[in-house]
Design a protein around this ligand. Structure first.
Ligand SMILES: [Zn+2]
Length: 169
């Protein structure tokens, strides 16, 4: 699982495709919003600078692997366009800017900058698509991001011997 939070968070609205193209998430341990991918900040600002109640309000978009990761309704932005961010870096603070009735982060993945075609954020992030659920991302402040490790293995079956690198799951 790879959420914008490091500790516990609640899902207040699930992903419903076109009807709701992302997950609404509320931080329980902290309101810090962390990058969920290593990539480049391609947007950081207001959806409509002259109307702060419109759309995503204050939001950030990170481009990674050809996908645009959106973090909406932020109260504060902690990065700027052009920044290279890595997974778990703090990019903003959860809020209720834009078209929002309470503090949360609208987390969605699109094929391009807003309003690109939406992708299934649950499959990409591993966050369950269950409204009301409380989950713990498992990260803690100061902890290093999860990295895949390779381990050297040697297997022997009778006369056969195999030696190679395996990716740790
Ligand atoms: Zn939402």
């Amino acid at each position: 699982m790879n959420s914008p939070y490091q500790g516990k968070f609640r899902i207040t609205q699930r992903y419903k495709g076109a009807a709701h193209d992302g997950l609404d998430l509320v931080g329980i341990d902290s309101k810090d919003i962390h990058a969920t991918v290593t990539g480049k900040v391609v947007f950081a600002g207001w959806e409509n600078p002259s109307d702060h109640s419109q759309g995503f309000g204050q939001y950030v978009v990170i481009l990674a692997d050809g996908k645009c990761y959106h973090f909406g309704h932020l109260s504060q932005i902690k990065c700027k366009v052009g920044d290279q961010v890595k997974i778990t870096d703090v990019i903003g603070i959860e809020g209720s800017t834009g078209n929002s009735t309470g503090s949360h982060c609208h987390y969605c993945v699109r094929t391009s900058m807003s309003p690109g075609t939406f992708l299934d954020v649950c499959t990409i992030s591993g966050i369950p698509n269950v409204e009301g659920g409380v989950y713990d991302d498992g990260y803690r402040p100061g902890q290093k991001p999860a990295e895949k490790k390779t381990v050297k293995v040697t297997l022997e079956y009778g006369d056969h011997k195999y030696s190679g690198l395996l990716e740790e799951i």
